[in-house]
Design a protein around this ligand. Structure first.
Ligand SMILES: Cc1ncc(COP(=O)(O)O)c(C=O)c1O
Length: 333
């Protein structure tokens, strides 16, 4: 029995997600590159975020809550996914969005609205979101509602169970393929840290010796390492264990490496990944992870697992910028 099986889970996504060779890319890379397709989890456009949400929504139901409260930046994949998951299990949802209302809403916010979620703009910085979520949950409780507050990205011990399960899933897939898990390097983009923290807790439980590389896009290395250590310890404790080993864990600073609108290098990387591998990468998470993976695969003979986490709405929004490029504008001759 998997250690995560004893926790309630609402099945929203399609698991296991595929693990397959990045076949066309093998021409360019020394390493064997395997794609882990969490961009195709099959629940709206939630990508990797449906994993923590399966456990969080089940926990909310177990706690007899009737309204989920969460928050994030306007372009956050998590808020759209959380609104969708709450609606799917019959819970109300309120979302605290950093900053002020904008003219054109990002697709994920529109999707959240389409689920019936109540959306508030906080007028404040994203770093204050978790406090605002707690404040709103307290207000709702005072009104007699039963709120279930979820911090940014689903970064709680329970949320971490999603990627603890993912570690077990990957381990089994490696064994089926005949790939030695101890010769594998797993690369994951890191935002809130929920995914990688859960993955490290699951890896520790398994005793997996794979290398884990986190590409941090929102916090510097020291700060992020602290967040991940705390979170993974909390998830490990749920699994009946102490703090997980961090020996094989590396975190790389990619903060601010790309804006929503990619610079020339970022656009080159995005287009190269699309040509070589056939995957659409979002500017915030996908492109920085690809840049790191390109470096690793150039000089390693390990098997590299590239965790594709989704971010499709932002990936598509980033592509529209391409239409303005001279090279694709038809010329009359
Ligand atoms: C597309 C995508 N990839 C990666 C991540 C990072 O996941 P985490 O927040 O669990 O670190 C996110 C977070 O929202 C995301 O939306």
């Amino acid at each position: 029995m998997n250690p995560t099986d004893r926790f309630p889970r609402t099945h929203l996504g399609q698991f296991p997600t595929a693990l397959h060779l990045a076949a066309p890319w093998q021409i360019h890379a020394a390493a064997t590159v395997l794609l882990k397709r969490d961009d195709l989890t099959g629940f709206g456009l939630a990508g990797n975020k449906v994993r923590p949400l399966e456990y969080l929504m089940a926990d909310a139901l177990k706690c007899d809550s009737n309204v989920v409260v969460t928050g994030g930046a306007a372009g956050s994949n998590f808020i759209g996914a959380c609104a969708h998951a709450a609606a799917a299990v019959g819970l109300d949802c309120e979302i605290e969005v950093a900053g002020d209302p904008m003219e054109a809403w990002p697709v994920l916010l529109l999707m959240a609205q389409a689920t019936g979620a109540v959306i508030h703009f906080t007028g404040q910085d994203r770093s204050l979101i978790n406090e605002q979520v707690e404040r709103r949950a307290a207000e709702l409780a005072a009104e007699g509602r039963r709120p279930y507050p979820v911090p940014r990205g689903g970064a709680t011990a329970v949320g971490g169970l999603g990627f603890a399960t993912a570690a077990i899933e990957l381990y089994e897939q490696c064994n089926v393929r005949g790939t030695d898990p101890n010769q594998v390097t797993v690369v994951l983009p890191v935002g809130s840290g929920a995914s990688i923290a859960g993955f490290l807790a699951g890896s520790d439980f398994l005793g997996a010796m794979w290398k884990v590389v986190g590409v941090s896009v929102s916090r510097n290395v020291d700060e992020m390492r602290g967040v991940i250590t705390d979170l993974s310890t909390q998830t490990s404790e749920l699994l009946g264990r102490g703090a997980p080993s961090m020996t094989n864990f590396t975190i790389i600073d990619a903060v601010g490496s790309h804006d929503q609108e990619l610079d020339a290098n970022g656009a080159f990387a995005r287009d190269e990944a699309f040509r070589r591998v056939g995957v659409l990468l979002d500017p915030t998470y996908g492109v920085p992870a690809y840049e790191i993976i390109s470096q690793i695969t150039g000089d390693s003979n390990d098997t590299v697992v590239w965790w594709l986490t989704g971010g499709l709405p932002a990936a598509i929004e980033s592509l529209t910028v391409m239409g303005n490029r001279e090279s694709v504008v038809a010329k009359n001759v």
